[in-house]
Design a protein around this ligand. Structure first.
Ligand code: URA
Length: 212
């Protein structure tokens, strides 16, 4: 698995405000959107393109456009939904599928409660959106789901990642046989005893949408 920790002063600046417990939900949502657009720029570096002929007002030439089939963007509900707008801003023609996953706060095990994905993802490039890579359980389950449906290249985009989560994904996908990449805004220090990322930003879903 390839891991890319974005190292850019604008990302660090926005992440610092995002982490601050005083940042309110409207500002938090706006910052998540902006951060994802910046991370998506890195994450789409290898998005597939195809060559087409066009005419400029001056001459005939060739250029690159996104190839078919279109990439698939998969936000993991609930918190990944807050990342969708920032991603589709950069990839407006992408197809969007949804996976609803929840983590049991005691066992930290992930389970799926909703799925709206194309049955057949053969040959598709997929971008999975989940703000927090903590234990790695949710992302591992989501990536396995996409592999089972035939995806042949998967990039996960997270705002923050814990070393424990990265190790879990590396172990899980060492023999995946397809390229898997993680792009994260920061590599944080660790997980605490409750499975929260430290220093982290708290519960991403609650900070985006309030406590339910
Ligand atoms: N999920 C969150 O929302 N926050 C964490 O710190 C870990 C998992």
């Amino acid at each position: 698995m390839k891991v890319h920790v974005a190292n850019h002063p604008l990302i660090s600046h926005k992440l610092t405000i995002l982490r601050d417990e005083k940042t309110d939900s409207p500002t938090f949502r706006l910052l998540v959107e902006e951060l994802v657009t910046l991370l998506a720029y890195e994450a789409t570096r290898d998005v597939r393109t195809t060559s087409i002929s066009i005419k400029t007002p001056v001459t005939a030439t060739t250029g690159l456009v996104l190839a078919e089939p279109r990439p698939v963007v998969v936000p993991i509900l609930r918190a990944g939904l807050g990342m969708l707008e920032g991603m589709t801003k950069l990839l407006p023609t992408a197809q969007v599928g949804f996976l609803g996953m929840v983590r049991n706060e005691e066992t930290l095990q992930a389970s799926t409660y909703a799925n709206r994905l194309p049955e057949n993802l053969s040959g598709r490039q997929c971008f999975v959106l989940d703000p927090m890579l903590a234990t790695g359980g949710t992302l591992a389950m989501a990536i396995n789901y996409l592999i089972e449906r035939g995806a042949n290249e998967i990039t996960a985009i997270c705002l923050l990642a814990a070393p424990e989560g990265i190790k879990a994904l590396e172990d899980e996908f060492k023999d995946a046989g397809i390229p898997i990449t993680l792009v994260t805004g920061s590599l944080d220090e660790k997980l605490n005893e409750k499975g929260y990322i430290v220093p982290g930003l708290g519960d991403a879903g609650d900070r985006l949408y309030g406590v339910v």
